[in-house]
Design a protein around this ligand. Structure first.
Ligand code: SF4
Length: 193
């Protein structure tokens, strides 16, 4: 769909330079999705792995974030093998709703209520990122926190349009449950893609 060099705005690697590759196609259907243009993969022309690699190599990027859409609707073995072979760190941001493919240095699992993640990905997640739309999402978040590995980082992130209402709830929740941390969409505050 698009690819660009920017700063990672969310989660554990927030603030680090990263090259984003956003793949078309998503069947999860989040009502608050901010990239609905990604949903129909047929609207986005295919780009070869070689061309993506050349674009990535034209920047000083070390981290490549594969996102979407739902990137696991595609088999990512070739893309990640090529990036790893060229010395890049491969990160993925996924709802986990499709089988995992590719080799990853970092897996950010962001489960969605609209299509549940496949259970096999939970113990593989390095980071669990829950987008909080309303107060009930905090209980829902704990269902997934119970299934990830002990080393998995836990993040609560206010949904952008609900941030003024839910951020105070998240702050109090994290104070009471300090295993969780706050993730903000930093890129939206500093106006970078
Ligand atoms: S999983 Fe991501 S891309 Fe798909 S609908 Fe939800 S927010 Fe949008």
């Amino acid at each position: 769909m698009e690819h660009f060099y920017t700063l990672q705005g969310e989660g554990f690697h927030q603030g680090r330079a990263a090259y984003f590759i956003r793949l078309g196609g998503c069947d999860v259907g989040c009502v608050w999705c901010d990239v609905k243009d990604s949903w129909d993969a047929s609207l986005h022309p295919e780009v070869s792995v070689a061309k993506l690699l050349a674009q990535v190599k034209s920047t000083p990027a070390k981290i490549i974030v594969i996102t979407g859409g739902e990137p696991l609707m595609h088999n990512l073995d070739e893309l990640t093998a090529t990036l790893n072979a060229n010395g890049f760190q491969t990160h993925i941001e996924t709802s986990g709703a499709h089988p995992l493919s590719g080799k990853w240095n970092w897996i950010c699992l962001s489960p969605k209520k609209f299509k549940a993640p496949l259970p096999a990905i939970l113990p593989l997640a390095n980071e669990l990122k829950i987008v909080v739309f309303n107060a009930s999402d905090l209980d829902w978040a704990e269902q997934y926190a119970a299934g990830v590995s002990p080393n998995c980082k836990l993040y609560l992130q206010p949904e952008w349009d609900k941030a003024s209402a839910v951020t105070p709830l998240i702050v109090e929740y994290i104070k009471a449950h300090p295993q969780w941390e706050l993730s903000l969409q930093l890129h939206k505050y500093i106006h970078v893609p």
